[in-house]
Design a protein around this ligand. Structure first.
Ligand code: FPP
Length: 232
């Protein structure tokens, strides 16, 4: 009999390779991101279906401001379009929408859209979609530290996560597409014990089946959290 597959409660994804996918398909980079947004739609719906409770995706890093003005504007526009087109689906599928990142630099119109969807989906939900946008892991740690300081709190390993952008359990599994073995300033605190799965597939080509494959691979791992294996 086939063993039952354990679905990670929280999956984090570095959606990499949009640019290379575009190049390979003779398209402008922006169309790579557009195709990436389509992949995100499918992966969110599939994650809900298979019972994932938290999905965090890296959509725009604090380093992405170094990209061309055209590409930055396209990514901002895509995010607005994503929010507008997914509102109904997220509500129907009982998915809470949250964004993790710094607000500085994000346009007031995008911030308004984000805040209204966060509010709209905050009541009746079974899964959380956490979009890391204008996000940096170091920035998050510094912001958390300053928040704790302002509140006069002494930071401990136990209470630190309360000061992060969102109160979400640490991911059991990190997936990175397009073959790079880097964390790229993503969830630096939260990934301490996560299993890492890297696939060569470019994000726009990543399918529901590929997500299942990553979960299957995760099921083969033995998570020890620094402890010793049981030696017989
Ligand atoms: C990395 O690919 C991807 C990004 C910097 C952006 C991720 C954005 C999306 C998937 C678009 C949709 C997201 C939302 C929330 C609307 P890259 O450009 O670094 O690819 P490359 O390394 O091949 O050049």
């Amino acid at each position: 009999m086939e063993e039952k597959i354990k679905i990670p409660k929280h999956i984090a994804i570095i959606m990499d390779g949009n640019g290379r996918w575009a190049k390979l398909n003779n398209k402008p980079r922006v169309l790579g991101h557009k195709a990436g947004a389509e992949t995100l739609r499918k992966i969110v719906t599939h994650s809900k279906k298979i019972g994932v409770k938290y999905l965090t995706v890296y959509a725009f890093s604090t380093e992405n401001w170094k990209r061309s003005k055209e590409e930055i504007e396209a990514l901002m526009l895509l995010f607005k379009l994503y929010i507008n087109s997914e509102r109904k689906t997220l509500l129907k599928n009982k998915i809470r929408f949250v964004v993790s990142g710094r607000k500085e630099g994000v346009s007031p119109s995008l911030l308004t859209l984000i805040e209204s969807l966060e509010e709209l989906t905050s009541k009746d939900y079974e899964m959380t979609l956490n979009i890391a946008f204008n996000y940096g892991g170091r920035a998050e740690i510094i912001d958390a530290f300053n928040k704790a300081n302002e509140q006069g709190m002494k930071i401990t390993e136990q209470n630190f996560s309360n000061f992060l952008y969102n109160k979400i359990p640490d991911p059991e599994l990190l997936i990175r597409t397009s073959g790079e073995f880097r964390i790229s300033n993503f969830l630096l605190w939260q990934l301490a014990y996560s299993e890492i799965y890297v696939t060569d597939i470019y994000w726009p080509d990543f399918t529901e089946k590929d997500l299942d494959e990553a979960i299957k691979d995760y099921n083969k791992r033995e998570r020890r959290f620094g402890g010793r294996l049981n030696v017989k």
